[in-house]
Ligand binder design. Structure first.
Ligand code: URA
Length: 230
């Protein structure tokens, strides 16, 4: 929300008070004096007037998890363990997953309470590449590379997938980079060739790579550089 709106929503400030407080350089957001009425205030922002705290700002939280097979990318599930069950953190209900993985897919999973940050990662428009290691039942033919680059028509969504980069690593293994995260996207792409995906592991999302020190099921908070990289 804009700073002027945030302030005038507080019972103590009239619109005129807000203008004076901003012009008088009495407002600080996250420790910095701000006089721009359009400055964005989020639930994570600490807002002060003179030295009085108007909003404490809740901590923004970001985690990287190595998702094991056999757990669901959901916050609750009646039948199976969820990725959130693997976190030993308070207020887990506040967290969400940035880019789900299927039940048996493994690898990099990012979990946060910052919706703006997670949308940047997952929206197809931002074209952040997600890289997967893939193993398949049948041989991956040379014709695959061109088809992945050209795109696949998904009738259900009535769209053609954006160009994807397939690097064939062996007869039945490849590395795939895609910029979207459509439902079962990788399996459906290989499904076009009637080739079943047997193993799927997400290695990276944009500049964030799965930490090799994280065993399946383990997690750690992101560091400041990783958070800012998105
Ligand atoms: N594509 C899939 O088919 N499954 C995943 O888990 C991720 C991408």
């Amino acid at each position: 929300m804009r700073l002027d709106r945030f302030l005038s929503n507080l019972p103590r400030f009239s619109r005129k008070d807000v203008r004076f407080a901003l012009a008088g350089k009495r407002i600080k957001v996250d420790g910095q004096t701000v006089s721009d009425p359009l400055h964005e205030v989020r639930e994570f922002s600490r807002v002060e007037c003179d030295d009085e705290v108007l909003q404490l700002g809740k901590p923004a939280r970001y985690f990287m998890l190595n998702k094991p097979t056999g757990c669901v990318s959901a916050t609750i599930d009646p039948q199976h363990p969820t990725v959130l069950d693997l976190l030993n953190e308070p207020d887990k209900h506040d967290l969400h997953i940035a880019g789900r993985l299927d039940f048996n897919t493994t690898g990099l999973m990012l979990i946060t309470n910052d919706g703006v940050w997670s949308r940047r990662l997952t929206q197809p428009q931002t074209k952040i590449a997600k890289t997967y290691y893939v193993e398949t039942e049948s041989v991956i033919g040379p014709e695959y590379v061109e088809k992945f680059a050209e795109g696949f028509y998904f009738a259900f969504e009535d769209l053609t997938t954006q160009p994807a980069e397939l690097t064939v690593l062996g007869p039945r293994s490849a590395r795939l980079s895609i910029v979207e995260g459509r439902y079962h996207q990788v399996k459906r792409m290989f499904g076009h060739f009637d080739n079943k995906v047997l193993r799927l592991h997400r290695e990276s999302m944009g500049p964030l790579c799965l930490d090799p020190d994280l065993a399946p099921g383990a997690y750690r908070p992101l560091n400041a550089a990783e958070i800012l990289a998105i």
